[in-house]
Design a protein around this ligand. Structure first.
Ligand code: S3P
Length: 177
């Protein structure tokens, strides 16, 4: 059974939705930022501050490689994880990749006031630039779910329906072969 991998910008709901989705499927949930935190015993902000983004990205790739070799996981990635094409291809090889999309307004109203994301510290223009530059990476996902106007339950329900459809298609294709 392949993994389910959630990608997307900060604040699109990857961790919250992922946790709930894993519960619904009775699968294990993992969050790459938390895994990095466990390995390094540092928070994301501390790694950025003490060692810089390059070190964070390298820890992130190690975590991705390890998780990509496992099965039946719901994986919430960090917003920048799939900027590295090697991370995306490792995750996609063994997983269904779902991008959670949200408008910049929705993102800022959800997490704009929080202080735990080093890359959200700049002015709105800088965040907007990052958000728009990254959209062409996230669209490489197998499926895209817009979370802007939806609550967690609605997003999870939509993903469960999507997965049901994917499984049905895969079964009927397998029967034809
Ligand atoms: C990042 C997103 C964060 C975290 C780090 C860098 C990014 O994760 O990995 O602060 O580059 O977008 P979330 O998307 O879970 O906030």
């Amino acid at each position: 059974m392949r993994n389910i991998v959630l990608i997307g910008f900060m604040g699109t709901g990857k961790s919250t939705v992922g946790k709930r989705l894993a519960q619904s499927l009775s699968w294990n949930f993992v969050d790459t930022d938390c895994e990095i935190g466990e390995v390094t015993s540092l928070s994301v902000s501390e790694i950025f501050r003490r060692h810089g983004e390059t070190r964070f990205r390298s820890e992130e790739s190690i975590v991705v490689t390890r998780l990509s070799q496992q099965e039946q996981l719901v994986i919430a990635t960090g917003g920048g994880t799939v900027l590295n094409p090697l991370n995306l291809s490792a995750l996609a090889k063994n997983g269904i990749v779902i991008a959670l999309h949200a408008s910049l307004e929705a993102i800022l109203s959800r997490i704009g006031h929080k202080n735990d994301r080093p890359l959200l510290k700049g002015p709105r223009e800088a965040i907007e630039k990052l958000w728009s530059e990254r959209q062409n990476v996230y669209v490489q996902a197998d499926y895209i779910v817009d979370t802007s106007q939806k609550n967690v339950d609605e997003v999870v329900k939509e993903i469960l329906l999507l997965l049901e459809r994917v499984m049905k298609d895969e079964l009927s294709n397998a029967a034809k072969d």
